[in-house]
Ligand binder design. Structure first.
Ligand code: GLU
Length: 418
């Protein structure tokens, strides 16, 4: 576990940018500007607990870069949250929105907390406390949060409500991933997984490989991972043989049924001990001999220490930052096809952008329209990355960086910032 303890995601994000800056021969001032967040707000949140005591939580909102448009990016609730993790995630949002050519910048938020140890009432008071502090820098035209690790549509609803009282009117477009009844978008729930699977479908074409019946392993069973299980079968005919969550994984070579696994997790709190499957560790899941590996949990799970043991042909990064730069090189040399996080998981923010547009117009689209427009955006971005990677003979992540960074750099230059 040494890789975990010494790992700093912001160092990793800066290293990735440095590599792209060198290839692009980026102007040194632009490069320096893009290495740091533009603005950070650190907040202290007093919350009344159910037992009558008050606990103090720490939170952040980091607006990494808004040269191309308002900040955009989720809010994570996690015990191991750090300011550098939020910085890295905010940087990745900047590259993600630019790569998908959305008129948005990149931002991210986080609260250091263990959401599983909080009651619904405590969670609501914590979420409202966050908006009381951070609301002043949010808004449809400033910075728009969304769900991420351990945050839900219900949490977005509480935040939208708190913000409405701050403003004196309903300004639902200040946050996305809301429930449908409060200005959410059709198709936002499964958008991250769906977008990643559109990319995988295109990658199958690019490599001339048949996907129906291909085996898949999914690490993480939150929003992205569980919908990847459901849609992997529905959209592409994948055979999902292993899934996991924070407590461990399960493996069944004949395939795992989505409805049954989902019901088991809903009943027991975990996928572990699913009847008829073998329990495996999260580490072992990554090294299974499958065609498609889908990391859909946290950062830095594929690193220098295990990259050589990863056997999958396709790595579908639904998590943010699952692969370290050293692992990238190892995977590339071995010929694995990585669909990098800020392309692969951009379906979430793309439908968030559609949600903002619908909120601004107060006119809502059919789910089929959302799917079609998401497909068009993901497919276009996928082929831009694939073609540039082929042309320049670099791995997909570097190609994606070259596209995204040059778009942000152009906006920075046009605005006269550097
Ligand atoms: N949290 C998601 C991400 O990392 C979605 C962000 C958003 O919708 O703004 O891309």
């Amino acid at each position: 576990m040494t890789y975990q303890t010494t790992f700093n995601p912001f160092d990793m994000a800066q290293q990735q940018l440095d590599e792209a800056a060198e290839v692009l021969q980026l102007d040194p001032a632009v490069h320096q500007l893009l290495r740091q967040p533009l603005r950070e707000l650190h907040v202290t949140l007093p919350v009344k607990m159910d037992d009558g005591s008050t606990r103090i939580f720490q939170g952040f909102r980091i607006q990494y870069n808004d040269a191309r448009g308002p900040g955009k990016g989720g809010i994570r609730y996690h015990v191991a949250e750090t300011v550098d993790t939020v910085r890295a995630l905010a940087a990745w949002m900047t590259w993600k929105t630019a790569l998908l050519d959305l008129p948005l910048g990149g931002a991210k938020g986080g609260i250091i907390c263990d959401p599983k140890a909080l009651s619904p009432g405590e969670l609501e008071r914590l979420s409202r406390a966050y908006i009381r502090q951070v609301g002043r820098i949010l808004g449809l035209e400033k910075d728009v949060p969304a769900p991420d690790v351990y945050t839900t549509p219900q949490i977005m609803a509480w935040m939208a409500d708190e913000f409405a009282f701050q403003q004196g009117y309903n300004a639902f477009g200040m946050i996305t991933g809301k429930p449908l009844a409060l200005g959410g978008s059709a198709g936002r729930g499964d958008a991250t997984a769906r977008g990643g699977l559109f990319c995988l479908r295109e990658a199958g074409k690019a490599l001339n490989l048949e996907l129906p019946g291909a085996t898949a392993a999914i690490q993480g069973y939150g929003n992205a991972g569980s919908f990847a299980h459901k849609l992997g079968k529905e959209m592409l005919g994948l055979k999902v043989v292993a899934v996991s969550d924070s407590r461990g994984g399960i493996y069944q070579p004949d395939g795992l049924d989505y409805e049954q696994v989902y019901a088991h997790k809903a009943g027991t709190g975990s996928v572990v001990n699913f009847p008829g499957a073998q329990n495996i560790t999260n580490e072992a899941l990554l090294e299974l001999d499958v065609t498609v590996l889908i990391p859909a949990a946290l950062e830095n799970v594929i690193h220098e220490g295990n990259a050589a043991d990863i056997k999958a042909t396709f790595i579908i990064e639904l998590a943010n930052g699952p692969t370290s730069p050293a692992a990238d090189r190892i995977l590339h040399e071995r010929g694995a096809y990585v669909i990098p996080d800020f392309l692969c998981n951009a379906g979430g923010v793309t439908v968030s952008y559609f949600e903002m547009v619908q909120n601004a117009y107060n006119y809502y689209w059919e789910e089929s329209v959302v799917h079609e427009r998401l497909d068009a955006k993901m497919t276009r971005a996928f082929w831009q990355v694939h073609q540039l990677a082929t042309e320049k003979k670099v791995h997909n992540r570097l190609a994606a960086y070259l596209l995204a960074v040059s778009r942000v750099a152009e906006a920075v230059r046009l605005r006269g910032w550097a």
